[in-house]
Design a protein around this ligand. Structure first.
Ligand code: MEV
Length: 438
């Protein structure tokens, strides 16, 4: 039987830690020390982090790295990436440098529409409901004015509200399907506040609508929430160059490399087992920038994977072709990102990351993030179709293995030099370390 406690959130931080230590680590001496070593010595900064969530007991560090040399629409960027996987930043940097010499990345925001829905049940006459919706639509928008006024001043707001009949899926199920323009904000709070106001107006005004019978007046609101599926908040990223410029060494010609690369993408387009891993590689780049810039990576993940299945089968997000001797590699993905609101003004590292990117608008950030994903995908496919992935991965993993065995700086230096020409495997590193130590 696990431990339970009531009123945990009301305990102080140190009381919470005491409870955890006593309940789960009674025989371990250094649990408190492990937790406390990650506390920030700047009390104000620590308090800021404590208050991001409930029941904070310590901070969980991720490395924040940077990938320089990204040329996007003729502007250079050094892209911040927060990620634990050892090869990701290295791969992004390599891909950035590769394309820097070949004209860089092109990116374009296709659309920025976001969606939210009020889900409700209505068992009366469909035409009466249609009539009510037509009657009430402008009031739905008017009643949300106090929420939308500021956004409207800046050029955003509610784009439209539709009544959607979903009764073939579930008896009595309808939606108010609303679309929004939230400019530089991710917009979750804005959209949810609007939706909750729509729901209130929609329910209350139904009681007074003469076109309803008395039973029809009682609309049952189930819930009001934004959708993280944003297929119309779309950005495209692309790289392109003549095939003969594609190769860096003489082991494989540009044409042969391009052919293999296109085949590899084609496989991910038709084979879901491969597509998931292929897209995971894209998300390595995307999540790292999304996280570094204080955006919600779970929302992005959910939306992107839904988009990858939009045609009924999970498929590759990216595509590649060779046409008239020109290699083109591109991707269109939905990204609902913000550069104001949320963590962006609150977390000092997020602020710094956005400053590093030149304080981009949400649209510019969509382009940067999409490019980071495409670059990551390019790097992965390039390794996979040439040397194999493990060579690069294990080189990066070498440091993790050395740290695991508490190698000293001089041991690290010697072994990194040694493994420049040797294959890295876990046992080879352990053996080399043992040999050095004996
Ligand atoms: C590893 O994190 C990502 C890759 O598996 C992506 C891919 O296979 O394309 C290398």
């Amino acid at each position: 039987m696990g431990k339970t406690i009531s009123g945990f959130s009301k305990l102080s931080k140190s009381e919470k830690i005491d409870w955890i230590v006593n309940s789960y680590f009674p025989n371990t001496k250094n649990t408190k020390q492990i937790l406390k070593q990650y506390w920030n010595s700047n009390d104000k900064l620590q308090q800021l982090h404590d208050e991001f969530i409930e029941n904070t007991i310590t901070n969980y560090y991720l490395p924040l790295g940077v990938a320089p040399n990204f040329l996007i629409n003729n502007k250079t960027y050094t892209i911040p990436m927060a990620i634990e996987e050892s090869s990701v930043v290295a791969a992004a940097s390599k891909a950035a440098k590769f394309w820097l010499d070949r004209g860089g990345f092109k990116a374009e925001v296709i659309s920025t529409k976001k969606i939210g829905q009020v889900h409700f049940k209505f068992y009366g006459n469909h035409e009466h409901l249609e009539a009510y919706f037509t009657h009430i639509k402008s009031k739905l928008i008017a009643d949300a004015k106090s929420i939308t006024a500021n956004m409207e001043k800046r050029g955003g707001g509610i784009l439209d509200i539709e009544l959607r009949d979903k009764t073939t899926a579930i008896e009595g199920y309808y939606q108010l399907h609303a679309s929004f323009e939230t400019l530089d904000a991710m917009g979750a709070n804005f959209i949810n506040s609007c939706l909750e106001q729509f729901a209130k107006t929609f329910k209350n005004e139904a009681l007074r609508f003469n076109g309803f019978s008395s039973e029809e007046k009682d609309i049952d609101i189930i819930m009001s929430i934004l959708s993280n599926y944003v297929p119309e908040c779309l950005v495209r990223a692309e790289v392109s160059c003549p095939v003969d410029q594609l190769t860096e060494n003489h082991k494989i010609t540009g044409a042969a490399f391009a052919k293999k690369f296109v085949e590899a993408v084609r496989i991910a387009e038709v084979e879901p087992y491969r597509a998931v891993t292929h897209n995971k590689g894209i998300m390595n780049g995307i999540d790292a920038v999304v996280l570094a810039t204080g955006n919600d990576f779970r929302a992005i993940e959910a939306g992107v994977h839904a988009y990858a299945s939009r045609n009924g089968t999970y498929s590759s997000l990216s595509h590649a072709e060779v046409n008239d001797g020109v290699f083109t590699f591109w991707m269109e993905i939905p990204l609902a990102l913000g550069t104001v609101g949320g963590l962006t003004g609150l977390h000092p590292l997020v602020k710094l990351a956005l400053e590093l990117l030149g304080k981009p608008s949400a649209k510019e950030l969509m382009q940067i993030v999409a490019v980071a994903g495409l670059a990551q995908n390019f790097a992965a496919l390039r390794s996979l179709t040439t040397t194999g992935i493990q060579q690069g991965h294990m080189k990066m993993h070498l440091m993790n293995i050395l740290n695991q065995f508490e190698a000293t700086p001089s041991e690290k230096e010697k072994l990194i030099a040694h493994f420049k020409t040797e294959t890295v495997t876990h046992s080879a590193v352990v053996q080399a370390l043992e040999k050095l130590r004996s």
